[in-house]
Design a protein around this ligand. Structure first.
Ligand code: GCU
Length: 594
């Protein structure tokens, strides 16, 4: 088979639906704080030398009793993949640095087939080697990435070695300072997909922008035989059409829709969709809905909605670690449903693809975000490219998820000209990748007397006025006094509060003015709701946050012990009093927007 594949294959769409070999399970690991397995004592990278050998990725064994090899994966302990190392090994709870992973596996290699090694996420910088050969490097702890291993994968035994390094740096995305635990490792699934020589690399099948009567999208082939017939089949909707790809393997789809049941939280209807081309075909479950802004209203399928939401981190508090299974993800979304949410903010980075597919099934609209968080190196072109790559990964992976209604380009980024340029470019990039969803960011407010002012110039470029405000916790005195505040909002757009909240230690009870008590948090929610309900353009909120989560910035020895306690559910899964305040507010809103 000629391997003259010129163009870089896009991230394979819907890999789980392909013919895959899962590499999840136990991987041997070596902790390497000095990157001894990567650099020689002169700090020259082994994989940059002419031989390209010498590092731990050789997975070498002494050939005789005299040979000096100072590592051995076979006798090294194991970590579970997917899973962060911090929650699996006590002494690695706060470890930041390099850990080497090695996995041996058997593969069957068939002629005429191609093989793609796919990582759903590795935090933060991953160097990947197959059978001792370097495949490449990837940066970004929450995005999926892949390497073509056709011709490199052997029939029989193979070994993969991954150098995972979660060291934080100023110029990266996220930058050096965050309010979440820097879980390291191979935190999501690892697969090898077997695909035909020419395969369906990517596709988008969604309703056209603001148009409930047309499905619009594309199919992108990758391989040697790029000009082919592609058939799109949606049997239940009576849709079957064939289009021809052009010389670059791309076909545009634009088909009228006669009778379709539109996706919404009340009716999370998903259709079986099949895309076939040559010897390849892939099936998916896709919902169809339109989302747009009209004045200060958010219109879902042409009807004004209120986004009854909650913010969520990709963490299972019961595990004190990154979510590892569908069960973990379902637990979090079920808690949100118990609060009568129809919407969630997946903060502050790309969550597991499974989370979006569950939101599709369970009927939860989604705000998806890239970790452009706090003070980024706005004028560093490499930092911008990194942010844009992560945004592209966010949008291309989940382009077919009906649940996602908002792409967020960042959180609490400080107002400045270089930042406005940076964020403005990200907003245009998001729109160029997908013009059917809303684009937003979590802005900040500033105050003058009893006025909370939202006039961030970035708001001009966004579809929503969405901001974080911590009245009653970081400012504004205790909760009983915050209703005096009025919001002065520069933009005539729907207002969505991306964060408000306060910490409460579950089970700690006192009067409503005593911080850390459930009563204080309860009063804060009651008064926040009263204060925010004065905003006539209020069309949604995602209070901070569904459940207590780990943070290295929360060191109070009694109330925090490295937990951010703003959850409405404790780290043991116990609902706090404020949970029920928000639920009853959402029950009212559900009736109001029926
Ligand atoms: C910020 C930030 C969150 C953080 C929260 C808090 O607004 O966006 O990531 O956890 O406030 O202070 O609890």
């Amino acid at each position: 088979m000629k391997s003259s594949i010129a163009q870089q294959a896009p991230l394979i769409q819907n890999i789980q639906a392909r013919n895959v070999l899962s590499l999840n399970g136990r991987w041997n690991y070596i902790v390497d704080p000095y990157e001894n397995g990567y650099y020689d004592y002169r700090h020259e990278a082994f994989d940059a030398t002419t031989s390209g050998t010498g590092g731990f990725y050789d997975d070498k064994k002494p050939k005789d009793k005299g040979e000096l090899i100072e590592y051995d994966f076979d006798y090294s302990p194991t970590l579970n993949v997917p899973g962060d190392w911090n929650s699996q090994v006590e002494k690695l709870e706060m470890y930041e640095g390099t850990v080497w992973y090695r996995r041996k596996f058997n593969a069957a290699v068939k002629p005429g087939k191609r093989y793609i090694l796919y990582f759903a996420a590795v935090n933060y910088e991953a160097h990947v080697y197959l059978n001792g050969k370097k495949l490449g490097m990837h940066k970004g702890g929450f995005n999926s990435f892949q390497f073509e291993v056709t011709g490199k994968l052997k029939a029989g035994e193979n070994f993969i070695v991954v150098k995972a390094d979660n060291t934080r740096h100023q110029d990266e995305i996220p930058t050096i300072n965050t309010d979440w635990w820097n879980y390291g490792g191979i935190t999501r699934d690892v697969f090898i997909a077997e695909v035909p020589d020419t395969y369906i690399a990517d596709y988008k099948v969604q309703l056209a922008k603001n148009d409930a009567a047309h499905i619009e999208g594309y199919v992108q082939l990758n391989g040697n035989d790029l000009s082919q017939d592609v058939t799109l089949n949606i049997p239940e909707a009576g849709i079957k059409t064939t289009v021809k790809t052009d010389a670059t393997g791309r076909a545009v789809i634009n088909i009228p829709v006669r009778k379709i049941s539109y996706w919404s939280p009340e009716n999370p209807k998903l259709y079986s969709v099949n895309v076939a081309a040559g010897t390849d075909n892939v099936s998916d479950k896709i919902g169809f809905r339109t989302i747009q802004v009209k004045g200060t209203d958010i219109m879902l399928n042409g009807k004004s909605v209120f986004l009854r939401g909650i913010s969520i981190h990709d963490e299972n508090p019961l595990l004190k670690g990154r979510n590892r299974s569908t069960g973990d993800l379902k637990m979090l979304l079920t808690w949100a449903k118990e609060m009568n949410c129809n919407y969630v903010r997946l903060a502050h980075y790309q969550h597991n693809e499974e989370m979006l597919r569950l939101a599709d099934e369970m009927g939860l609209m989604v705000w998806a975000e890239v970790p452009v968080y706090w003070t980024i190196s706005w004028e560093n072109p490499a930092t911008y490219q990194n942010a844009e790559n992560q945004l592209t990964g966010l949008i291309t992976r989940d382009i077919n998820r009906a649940s996602i209604i908002v792409w967020s380009i960042g959180n609490e980024t400080p107002v400045s000209e270089p930042r406005l340029k940076f964020m403005g470019n990200l907003a245009s990039k998001a729109r160029s990748l997908d013009n059917t969803r809303l684009v937003a960011a979590a802005l900040e407010v500033h105050r003058k007397g009893n006025e909370a002012i939202v006039d961030d110039p970035l708001g001009e470029k966004l579809d929503l006025v969405s901001f974080n405000e911590y009245a009653g916790w970081y400012w504004g005195g205790d909760p009983s006094g915050i209703t005096k505040y009025n919001f002065n909002i520069k933009y005539n757009k729907p207002v969505v509060i991306t964060e408000f909240g306060g910490d409460a230690l579950s089970g700690y009870h006192a009067d409503a003015n005593t911080r850390w008590s459930e009563e204080y948090q309860e009063a804060l929610y009651k008064n926040q709701i009263a204060m925010l309900s004065k905003i006539t353009a209020l069309r949604g909120m995602t209070p901070w946050i569904l459940a207590d989560f780990r943070s290295p910035r929360r060191q109070h020895p009694v109330y925090q012990t490295f937990w951010n306690r703003k959850g409405l559910i404790s780290e043991t899964g116990k609902k706090k009093q404020a949970f029920f305040v928000l639920k009853s507010f959402y029950d009212e809103l559900e009736k109001k927007y029926k």
